[in-house]
Design a protein around this ligand. Structure first.
Ligand SMILES: *[C@@H]1O[C@H](CO)[C@@H](O)[C@H](O)[C@H]1NC(C)=O
Ligand SMILES: *[C@@H]1O[C@H](CO)[C@@H](O)[C@H](O)[C@H]1NC(C)=O
Ligand SMILES: *[C@@H]1O[C@H](CO)[C@@H](O)[C@H](O)[C@H]1NC(C)=O
Ligand SMILES: *[C@@H]1O[C@H](CO)[C@@H](O)[C@H](O)[C@H]1NC(C)=O
Ligand SMILES: *[C@@H]1O[C@H](CO)[C@@H](O)[C@H](O)[C@H]1NC(C)=O
Ligand SMILES: *[C@@H]1O[C@H](CO)[C@@H](O)[C@H](O)[C@H]1NC(C)=O
Ligand SMILES: *[C@@H]1O[C@H](CO)[C@@H](O)[C@H](O)[C@H]1NC(C)=O
Length: 378
């Protein structure tokens, strides 16, 4: 259970920060459709945890402290990137499919589940990696989506119209696949062969969405995992050469994330050529976050700070036995001065900036309605 919450990914936001509104982006899309893991899960995971004992720590304070004033199932002190994207587009929060998301009168819906992997369970067995938790692959999320479409709409032309006016946020997904392998002791050379497999699965999902009618997709890559308190704790060592002297992050882990992102972007280019009418935006979570690690002051973070705001102590305030939410865990006074919330996931404050970085690209599409004539005519 702890492992579950630690391995899944999240982003944290701070309550005091104001949402940046791109007026031009308002009414650009009718809805957002989300897929992914804990970086994007707005509350689906709660549905799967009824059998967990003790109760999951991400459903206890201090989760949700900064923005919602209660735990909501988000791995954050506040909002996730998807929440900021929705706000900037003038849309309500994207409800989880396993609660309000099933309400047919709502347009946006989120299928992301904390702990989700791109690969299926059987694939991990083949690769000698055990899957302690999720059992929710991207394919599973797609099967829910198809169920959702057929409950809501009568036929494929209705699906198409819905998808054409939606922004699809596909990911981030895949990070948990790597987390499991790395944190079970596999080395970089052993995990690298996962990458093309995972990118292929993401590519297949994009193609399926385009075939159903999607016209605008944001596909985020991996973030700089070498800067997260969880990894910094697991892979701490005395070899200074392992660390980037500017950021304090572990270089080889960031290189690994870059490798995933490189292959993912090549796949996106390939798909764009096949579908020139579709807009596929690469969600550059990596550089968005790295910019902040490099010059935190520019983004309102007081100084270099790789510690988790909330956790069980130690150099990075991360201890697998004492996760955030545990009675013995410690929460920082001001989450808005931290990038990292609970070891793995971003704070509300960090997510705000990452969303802003991605939204400048989405905003450009919304500024050019002529390229989608007839699509946004609602
Ligand atoms: C569904 O959503 C609509 C619009 O937000 C709301 O008025 C209605 O009460 C919801 N229905 C249920 C069953 O939650
Ligand atoms: C993953 O498992 C599924 C179902 O067992 C199989 O069809 C697929 O080829 C596997 N994918 C990879 C990348 O091994
Ligand atoms: C699977 O991994 C475990 C350690 O994680 C190792 O002891 C074992 O030899 C591996 N088995 C195979 C078939 O690679
Ligand atoms: C995982 O999902 C499969 C298919 O939905 C199901 O048969 C299996 O029981 C699930 N496993 C666990 C551990 O929940
Ligand atoms: C689907 O068709 C039925 C009648 O066949 C109609 O009552 C219903 O409004 C339609 N649903 C939508 C979403 O258009
Ligand atoms: C699809 O269903 C809608 C009603 O939901 C109807 O107006 C439309 O004609 C149907 N289209 C096709 C191709 O069957
Ligand atoms: C993590 O917390 C446990 C339980 O309090 C403690 O025994 C252990 O020493 C801690 N580990 C580190 C590295 O601080």
């Amino acid at each position: 259970m702890y492992v579950k919450s630690l391995l899944s990914k999240i982003i944290l936001f701070s309550s005091t920060t104001l949402l940046i509104i791109f007026a031009s982006a308002d009414n650009c899309f009718n809805s957002i459709i989300g897929f992914g893991d804990s970086l994007t899960d707005t509350g689906n995971d709660i549905h799967f945890i009824s059998t967990y004992n003790p109760p999951p720590y991400f459903m206890l304070p201090s989760y949700g402290d900064t923005f919602f004033d209660r735990p909501t199932g988000r791995y954050s002190d506040g909002r996730l990137i998807i929440d900021f994207i929705a706000g900037d587009l003038g849309l309500p929060f994207v409800e989880p499919f396993f609660s309000e998301g099933r309400n047919a009168s709502l347009e946006s819906v989120n299928f992301a589940v904390a702990g989700a992997t791109a690969l299926e369970d059987s694939n991990f067995t083949e690769m000698n990696v055990t899957l302690p938790m999720s059992n929710v692959s991207l394919a599973t999320q797609f099967s829910w989506f198809q169920q959702f479409l057929s409950n809501k709409y009568n036929n494929s032309s209705d699906y198409k119209r819905y998808l054409q006016t939606s922004l699809v946020l596909l990911g981030e997904i895949g990070c948990n696949d790597y987390n499991h392998a790395f944190l079970q002791g596999k080395n970089e050379a052993e995990v690298r062969p996962f990458v093309p497999k995972i990118v292929k699965i993401i590519g297949e999902a994009i193609n399926e969405l385009i075939n159903l009618g999607a016209l605008t997709l944001v596909v985020p890559g991996n973030f700089p995992i070498g800067c997260t308190a969880t990894y910094l704790t697991y892979f701490a060592n005395t070899n200074e050469e392992d660390y980037d002297s500017t950021t304090g992050c572990i270089k080889w882990l960031n290189r690994f994330a870059e490798y995933h992102n490189h292959l993912l972007q090549m796949e996106l280019s390939r798909i764009r050529e096949l579908h020139p009418k579709t807009t596929i935006i690469y969600g550059d979570y990596y550089n968005a976050a790295l910019n902040i690690y490099r010059s935190p002051e520019t983004y309102g973070f007081p100084r270099r700070n790789l510690k988790a705001c909330c956790g069980g102590g130690g150099l990075y305030n991360f201890n697998n036995s004492v996760p955030c939410g545990h009675p013995s865990s410690m929460r920082c006074v001001d989450p808005s001065s931290y990038m990292n919330w609970d070891g793995m996931h971003f704070t509300d404050a960090a997510a705000k900036w990452i969303a802003k970085f991605v939204l400048t690209r989405v905003g450009k599409i919304c500024d050019q309605p002529s390229s989608h004539t007839g699509v946004y005519d609602h």
